[in-house]
Design a protein around this ligand. Structure first.
Ligand code: SAM
Length: 279
């Protein structure tokens, strides 16, 4: 008998109309929907007249539920995985199930759609050629500051999730660690009535947030500019790599190669190469 397929299906992050046609038709056709919260998803499924049986799949039952779901997939049933909002696995349950499906050679098929991180990044105006999704910082201040410190010299754009309870404290911690000049974009309530995209610096963000308590409500994504190469401790190493490459290669090629070797942004390395070569 043929094995079934595990469909990983994105659902809207606020605006129901963002539900894709393919998501609706697959959700109608599968044998079972594994949902993070069945009561929450029932509202969306009812709206689209999807009557497929549902089962809860969340962090508290995934260990027991995963092997049973894999058995059903192996026996030929098709199963859809959804979370409360957006793309499953992105700060949401599902990793264990998708990993187990691969281990059992079960086909895994994405039905893409909304994702708060990607939506925020796409309107941030910050570099998108290299970004890092970091999810939720820890709740307690000490742990949160240590967590931010890990990314102090990261040159890729950083994407964080944060809750309304901690948004002000979290931005103040960011200011301490990353400095007042760093650009930050807050994307709040994306696709909802009070959607706000605000681009500023970390120096200004806490005051802006505190000036209007409405701006502290709802759901948030924070997109933070990456570190400039010159603040990175890797600078000395980059200088050395570039100097050697510039002896043998034209400027453009040398900077592209150095960017690849060092895992840095091409345009930043190019600027440094220009300085080094005195152009
Ligand atoms: N898997 C989801 C996704 O693809 O975006 C994210 C789930 S995570 C548990 C929920 C967090 O995502 C929220 O606390 C918030 O940081 C962010 N988020 C979700 N929906 C959002 C929205 N409409 N606007 C801004 N942020 C949102």
């Amino acid at each position: 008998m043929n094995q079934g397929t595990l469909y990983v299906i994105a659902t809207p992050i606020g605006n129901r109309a963002d539900m894709g046609e393919r998501a609706i038709s697959v959700l109608k056709q599968v044998n079972l929907i594994a949902a993070e919260d069945t009561r929450h998803s029932k509202v969306l499924l009812q709206h689209y007249s999807i009557g497929t049986p549902m089962q809860a799949y969340h962090e508290h039952n995934e260990e027991q539920a995963t092997p049973k779901l894999i058995q059903r997939l192996i026996s030929g049933e098709n199963i859809a995985l959804i979370s409360d909002a957006g793309t499953p696995l992105l700060s949401d349950p599902g990793y264990r199930l998708v990993k187990a499906a691969h281990e059992a050679s079960v086909k895994v098929c994405p039905i893409p759609g909304a994702c708060a991180a990607i939506a925020a990044l796409s309107v941030s105006g910050l570099a998108t050629d290299r970004f890092m999704f970091v999810g939720f910082p820890p709740h307690k201040q000490g742990a949160r500051q240590n967590f931010y410190r890990e990314f102090e010299h990261q040159v890729a754009t950083l994407v964080f999730y944060e809750s309304s309870h901690r948004i002000v404290a979290s931005v103040k911690d960011m200011l301490q660690i990353f400095g007042a000049e760093r650009r930050v974009v807050m994307a709040r309530e994306i696709t909802k009535l009070y959607e706000t995209v605000h681009s500023t610096t970390l120096g200004e963000m806490p005051e802006w947030l505190q000036a209007d308590s409405n701006q502290q409500k709802g759901e948030f994504v924070l997109v933070l500019d990456g570190a400039e190469v010159h603040t990175s401790p890797l600078l000395a190493e980059l200088n050395q790599v570039l100097s050697i490459l510039l002896e043998e290669l034209p400027l453009k090629q040398a900077s592209q190669m150095a960017a690849r070797i060092m895992g840095m942004k091409k345009n930043q390395v190019y600027k440094l190469a220009l300085e080094l070569s005195g152009k």
